[in-house]
Design a protein around this ligand. Sequence first.
Ligand SMILES: [Zn+2]
Length: 400
Amino acid sequence: MVEHVAGRPFVAGRGSRNEATRRHNLSTLLSLVHHGNGVSRADLTRTTGLNRSTIGLLVADLVAAGLVAESAPATGSVGRPSPIVVPDPDVVAVAINPDVDAVVVGIVGLGGVVHATTRVEQDAIPSVDEVVAAVAAAVSVLTQGRSWRVVGAGVAVPGLVRAREGAVARAPHLLWSGEAVAAPLEAALGVPVAVDNDANAALVAETLFGAARGRRDVIYLNGSVSGIGGSILTDGTVVRGADGFAGELGHTLVRPDGEQCHCGRVGCLETEVNLQRLERAAGEAGIDHAHVSASLGSGSDELAAEVEHQIDTLALATGSFVSIFNPEAVLLGGFLSALQARQPARFAEALGEAVFAPLGERLEIVRAELGDELLMVGAAELAFADLLADPLGAEVPTPS
Ligand SMILES: [Zn+2]
């Protein structure tokens, strides 16, 4: 499996007659076109430092492979108009996100464009076999009558993933333990399948197409009904750890005398900073999941106190992460983003107190912005990794 490297500098290799250099340059060009969802030839020349004729030859190779197309330049531009190189809209990946109550399946094109999604509701927590069946049926419906060329599938799983093995070590909410996931999906779909933790996939998506675009050192924390997911990007690479499980930030200890966590321990961050606790504090008023931040400000004194407790606790834990990793940004998603948005000054002050000062001076707090498409784009990126690494080496169905 190819490791994703976000925001890597696009330094072109020299000497177009060398095959390895050519492949490297094709990878660079396709990655730029994908991540920009279209880039002018002039910008490709400027970014890579390659000359115009070399760019022309490389683009022609990508056009011949059916990976990109050239469109007419915008009229009225100053100087000589430069054609825009855009991803071929028919090159797509299948994106898959299994959860406790549904399996979400999408078709995502190069450029991070979500063409279609469907949510396959489940009566009970789905097994891997049930997910495979749901995905196969959904893909068959979504691709009916389309000229899409599917290069692979990516699966974003809420749990501990052995990405290299395409297996889930443990997904507590799905009740999966030691399950092969890539192999049965490959058998059903007939394309390569890559699997990763959902927070890792989400962080990569936000780094390429969302709020953390272009950043190389980011701590990501996402809050949902299932708890807190985390992922760490350092020097452009997702931190994996010895087993591939690094980044379980929701299970860092914040309160030794706290509540029982579903991971089997006590006082984890996600037991203190917790959506169900907010809902209990809100009482009958409840929390509107589509407008969490507004709901958090319109309730009782009990809710206000719980909100402040959770903001302070989140800031305290985030301070530890900042001290360890020295990120340029902390990216908050889900209800964590809503909590911070409720009282940004309180969060900033509590975080400032929790961080060794020089580490906080440049630190930015940003909110995830890809919304409903986040995990679809992230899962698709897993599937595009091999194609982007070696555009002419990966298996892409030829255009018909
Ligand atoms: Zn825990």
